[in-house]
Design a protein around this ligand. Structure first.
Ligand SMILES: Nc1ncnc2c1ncn2[C@@H]1O[C@H](COP(=O)(O)OP(=O)(O)OP(=O)(O)O)[C@@H](O)[C@H]1O
Ligand SMILES: [Mg+2]
Length: 353
């Protein structure tokens, strides 16, 4: 069975062709980063327009890379929620058109369930299918969301919330801190790169341990601390000082994410942990989670770094799980800005419809 996965929920237009044994035949991603960078963040209208411009080409390129035609596809999966509404609509309407024209089944996918699924597809840097066993604890840390889940099975309905951020997402925190340091957008990769050259122990700021109980997170205080420091002392003058500041920020964010993920695994007695979302590309997060998991004899599934940010393969795989459960959508499929996963909204408000 071949599933075409289409992703256009934010600033990437992506299409992948994935086989039901987990083999990724093609994975094409067009990123809009350069369009949004001058604005310091994603501009929704600019995003939608670029998706319209790119979507046909990206799908054609994916089919060409897999050396197949539309007729060879068995189903079409598309991100239907959550995300920027105008962006989502481009993908959803395009996918409906494909479904109508080809008669192939259509499934809408929750983008966050896609991020959760990436660890099954691209685990530990390989494109072969080594899926994490159920149940496992999954951390999703992305630009818009940060949450911990107990994943009991391959479908979104089998995902239980353990905790979520009460304010900013981890990726948003990286982006905001990078902005005040003048590192541009997106900030996460830049902070990560600078941090590699620094020493968290030499960071001029001490970040207190997260005092939030349970498995919720809060990142807005950290950003405020860095902003206040820069307002008082100015931006770091030397590259060395910048590297130390970035190392301190990265260490504080990662310490919280990894600490809570491992504590959740302890409490739920699972045998494996996974991570997904753009922040999962962070080098320190990956090494710390792997180290902590090993110390507890837990299996640790890290998607390849390129598969942490938005891609079509994770959408195809999540869509395949819906198809295997006998689910499908019709042409009334609509886009929505909210996730079907529980307790994932940015302010920790839980499920909304
Ligand atoms: N190496 C890295 N270290 C830290 N953060 C990173 C790294 N690489 C990417 N990010 C962050 O990941 C985020 C982008 O991830 P992703 O594409 O999953 O988010 P999104 O799709 O915009 O949001 P969501 O998935 O919540 O809708 C950005 O905030 C970016 O700064
Ligand atoms: Mg995402």
């Amino acid at each position: 069975m071949l599933v075409l996965g289409l992703e256009a929920s934010c600033d990437e237009t992506a299409c992948a062709i994935v086989r039901d044994d987990g083999c990724v035949l093609a994975d094409v991603i067009h990123t809009q980063t350069s369009l949004h960078a001058p604005h310091g963040g994603v501009v929704p209208e600019v995003a939608s327009r670029d998706h319209v411009r790119q979507v046909s080409r990206v799908v054609e390129n994916a089919l060409a890379a897999a050396a197949i035609s539309l007729n060879d596809i068995d189903a079409i999966a598309v991100t239907a929620r959550p995300g920027l509404l105008g962006a989502l609509l481009v993908g959803v309407e395009f996918a409906k058109g494909l479904s109508l024209a080809t008669g192939k089944p259509l499934v809408g996918v929750d983008h966050l369930h896609g991020h959760l699924s990436a660890s099954a597809l691209f685990a530990n840097g390989t494109a072969c299918h080594v899926a994490p066993p159920f149940p496992h604890v999954a951390l999703v840390a992305s630009g818009g969301h940060t949450a911990l889940y107990l994943v009991k099975g391959p479908n979104a309905s089998q995902v239980e919330a353990l905790g979520a951020t009460r304010d900013d997402a981890a990726g948003e925190c990286f982006d905001k801190v990078a902005k005040v340091m003048g590192l541009g957008y997106p900030g996460g990769p830049a902070v990560d790169r600078w941090a590699e050259r620094g020493d968290a122990d030499k960071c001029p700021l001490a970040f207190p341990r997260d005092r939030i109980e349970g498995f919720d997170f809060s990142f807005s205080g950290l950003k405020t601390r860095v902003a206040a420091h820069i307002e008082t002392h100015g931006r770091p003058e030397s590259e060395e000082a910048l590297a130390h500041l970035c190392a301190g920020v990265r260490s504080a964010i990662v310490r919280t994410l990894v600490g809570k993920t491992l504590a959740a695994a302890d409490e739920t007695h699972v045998g494996a942990v996974t991570v997904g979302g753009g922040v999962a590309a962070n080098r320190f997060l990956r090494s710390e989670l792997a180290r902590g998991a090993e110390a507890r004899a837990l299996m640790c599934f890290l998607p390849a770094r390129f598969a942490c940010t938005d891609n079509g393969a994770m959408i195809a795989w999540a869509g395949l799980q819906r198809l295997l459960a006998g689910e499908r959508d019709d042409l009334s499929l609509d886009a929505s800005t909210t996730s079907i996963l529980p307790s994932v909204t940015r302010k920790g408000r839980g499920r909304r419809s």
